[in-house]
Ligand binder design. Structure first.
Ligand code: SAH
Length: 227
């Protein structure tokens, strides 16, 4: 899999992709993440990527030309399954969307800033729009990192224990059961007996029951089938 991220602030993406699981996934060759600085695709003297909004009003708008030039350059090198614009009014990111996107080959993620991108980018260049939640952030970089993380951890081989992603919350429409590690007692706080029993079937049953109970308590909406 390959993810190309287009941004006017590439520095914002260095740390999310430069550490831990996302870095190891790249080191292992399971995914390639390439970050592209929009400034390299500008043609004006000041290398600016934004301009005033037609019709007036506060806030700058990201220009269509550098974005188009960058996307065309990438498309001339390989074909892409989707050009995703991170946008607060896009399709809400859910586990099932992450699952779907993790099966793709090549993705472009476009990060907006200021008031967003010139609408013609959305009309002619973008094939999909994704929001990470009903709130507004200052740029699309953190959303792109969130989306990429949710996708990359699902690629086989990325997590050390391959079944791990499958037992996370939302994968089966339920919240994950509680987890514990050593010591078995701390400050008089104990761990459920069953987890120390070594009895696999009983442990599995306990986990299933806990997952169901927690979901009922914390996220009953998931049981209504609208999660
Ligand atoms: N004027 C826009 C908000 C722009 S926020 C509006 O009212 O809809 C600036 C940029 O941050 C956006 O272009 C987008 O790329 C990114 N962004 C902000 N919030 C986001 C969210 N919840 N999900 C995905 N991207 C978001």
């Amino acid at each position: 899999m390959r993810i190309d991220v287009i941004t006017c602030l590439p520095g914002l993406l260095e740390s999310p992709f430069g550490d831990s699981i996302l870095k190891r996934a790249q080191d292992k060759g399971l995914v390639t993440v390439a970050v592209h600085d929009l400034r390299a695709y500008t043609t004006n003297k000041h290398r600016s990527t934004d301009d005033y909004a037609f019709g007036g009003g506060a806030g700058m708008v990201m220009m269509v030309e550098p974005i188009d030039r960058c996307i065309q350059q990438l498309k001339s090198e390989r074909s892409y399954d989707d050009v995703i614009y991170l946008s607060p009014d896009g399709e809400l990111l859910t586990q099932s969307l992450a699952n779907e996107l993790s099966l793709k080959g090549n993705l472009i993620m476009l990060c907006g800033h200021y008031k967003g991108v010139d609408e013609r980018v959305r009309e002619h260049l973008v094939t999909r729009e994704v929001s990470i939640g009903n709130y507004v952030l200052s740029g699309g970089e953190l959303p792109a990192a969130v989306l990429a993380d949710s996708i990359i951890r699902l690629i086989p081989g990325v997590l050390s224990d391959e079944t791990s992603a499958l037992t996370d919350s939302f994968q089966d429409g339920l919240i994950a059961p509680p987890v514990y590690t050593r010591p078995a007692e701390y400050n008089g706080w104990t761990v459920p007996e069953v987890l120390m029993s070594g009895h696999e079937a009983r442990i599995r049953q306990w986990r299933e029951q806990q997952a169901l109970e927690r979901t009922r308590k914390k996220r009953p909406d998931l049981l209504d089938g609208d999660g």
